[in-house]
Design a protein around this ligand. Sequence first.
Ligand code: PMP
Length: 775
Amino acid sequence: MAPDMTRPPSSVLEAPPPRFSPHEVSIIANELFGVIGRAIDLGSERDQTFLVDDGGQCAIVKISNLGEDPAVLDLEVEAILHISRVDPELPVACPRPADGGYGDAGLTAYRPTVEGPDGTHFVRMFERLPGRPAAGAKLSDGALHEYGATHARLNLALRGFFHPAAGRELLWDLKHAANLRPLLGSIRDKQQRALVEDVLDRYDTQVRPCWGGLRAQVVHGDLTLDNVLLDEHGRITGIVDFGDTAHTAQVADLAVGLASLLRERDDNDVFRSARLAIDGYASRIPLEPEEIAILADLVAARLATIVTISAWRVKRYPENAEYIEAWDADSWALLELFAAKGADAVSHEFGAPRPHVATGELARRRRRVLGSALTDLTYRDPVHVVRAEGAWLFDAGGRRLLDAYNNVPVVGHCHPRVTEAVVRQTRSVNTHARYLYEPLVELAERLVDSMPSESGLDTVMILNSGSEANDLAWRIAAANTGHAGSIVTAHAYHGVTAAISDLSPEEWPEGFHPPLVETVVPPGSASPVDLEMTRAIERLARRGVRPAATYIDGGFTSDGILTPSADEIAGIVRHIHAAGGLFVADEVQAGHGRTGGHLWSFMHYGVTPDIVTLGKPMGNGYPVAAVITRKDLVDRFAVTTDFFSTFGGNPVAAQAALTVLEVIEDEQLVQHAARVGSRLIRLLEELGEHHPPIGEVRGRGLLVGVDLVTDTSEKTPDAALADRVVNRLRERGVLIGRTGPDDNVLKIRPPLVFNDEHAEVLAESLAAVLAEESG
Ligand code: PMP
């Protein structure tokens, strides 16, 4: 029998253990429980535990110490009965009521009494479960995982349970680890004592302050290998001994189980084994960040508890030393291993995130390993982000930065509903679109419903990025028209693929002009759209090329943020249709409510696209994009090709996108963007009255451009000023970008949860920066 370390130093320990003989226990078992069989003493330190062999299932009889509190025995019984009701498959050893006629009805039937020479003892009988004792077992990888999972199941089964006696104070409960200090004098070896002191010091700073905020419930309290039975595969077949049941932090209970699993492992296997068991636990009870952060410290505290109580008890009962100290050597070895590694490193081994690296060093490493093609970091002083919420980013130094730039987190950074949807779907299933699942179909139906009625936009294809969506749109356009040319605005950006980078003049190298692409000066300039389109089509025709499509970003984001008239856009559509090409509304930037008033920016212009592409904000950061078009166009495309994208429309992506649409609707962000956007534009226009470098404020909804110029009459673009302003704003904790062919337009494109207060912070900061510039 494993050493009984389940009780605190308390009155129970002061009373001498009961001394019934096996023969007497046979008689007790028969008289109280009607079980006839030979009793075999299993050994126990404070109580007496017997196996009663009735030639069949057998039973366990426990005779309690005189000091035992009946309320605690009731707590154990009620906890076990609760578990077997909630999760009947969990193999907990159930108590057996005394035979009819004895005792009262109800709980007391589970603890009849027997008179001994020293007084009255409670007697309990438990069923005997199959399996072999697990003490000292080294579980296989699979068994470690299952052990963790079973532990979590046990906690789940106890979640709704309470009993007044569960509030009792046990020294074994890690909640009270600080109470070990008075016992430390019992540890004779100074170095060993210092090890425990270090663990308790760390507990005081890392664990104690957050204890009150941890998930807590009634737990088994001692789900160690000493208290389980295993089958030949190491699976738990029996859970016994609820003697330490109490109300405490759930993660502390996990730590107790983990500490026992790590015994007798090689040093280099300890943390791997811990992680496998934690994975098992987390497969049923995902851990909260606060729990992960302190888990290793709790395991250390458990080890410290074992060695300290052991030292204390050996001093009082030297004759029992061997029994009491059975696990000491292993616990000391683990404490030494933890100390040698350092508490922070051990926490990381248990899954806690590492402390952040210094920003400069991280930037150097980024450059070294990610190569030169990856775009430069924004800002001279790079933003090293570690966390975000709503319209705010938080950097490694804990500084808050107002995000007036990022359109991907459209419903706000880390929106709780979206992150939860992603996590929940990730936990249930994530696969690909060759299987059937609801979120993809629901998303597609919802997107179709969001298109103007009568538009015929009834078919959806889901991909992973705006570039992919535009690339697929291109293939559909080419397949349907049989044409090879395209027309885009002069400084447009539509993506990175080979086909689409040709359609992205913003990225063309100096002097490069793909022969199949023509550009038009965007609407709103001196040159009328009609003329621009006519000439572009003519230029293509001269090279023997006909246009398959015109792509338009409804916010003209890369062209400097423009808001042309409906007539101008209608003109573009008319011309491309007349030339036998399709009109692609690229909503990758301007969609999802960005421009306010409508979910899709093309709706401001009253035109009907042949193809709509979506991306960036679609999953609030989870990669997902879409093509929405007409069935006839897809059918013709499908004649020559099959289409499949491994990640495209996977359940998690679809769920993310669906949830984003839901949140936009629930939070009325389309209307909000229109209202806050107008206010922001007004504030910036007012600024313009006092600051001559503001040549023009343009935009719609929360896509706003501020044109910076050197002189107001000529309106010469001032890119250098824009660069300084962007960097100065960053120093003041406000993030915006730059855009336009001359890179002189301040690009303001915040998450749509950007509110009046944020708009004021932005306007005030910009005012301050411009004042510095002029001063
Ligand atoms: N279209 C537009 C209008 C964009 O702004 C972008 C990205 N900036 C894309 C397409 C390409 O999207 P992605 O980067 O997700 O491939």
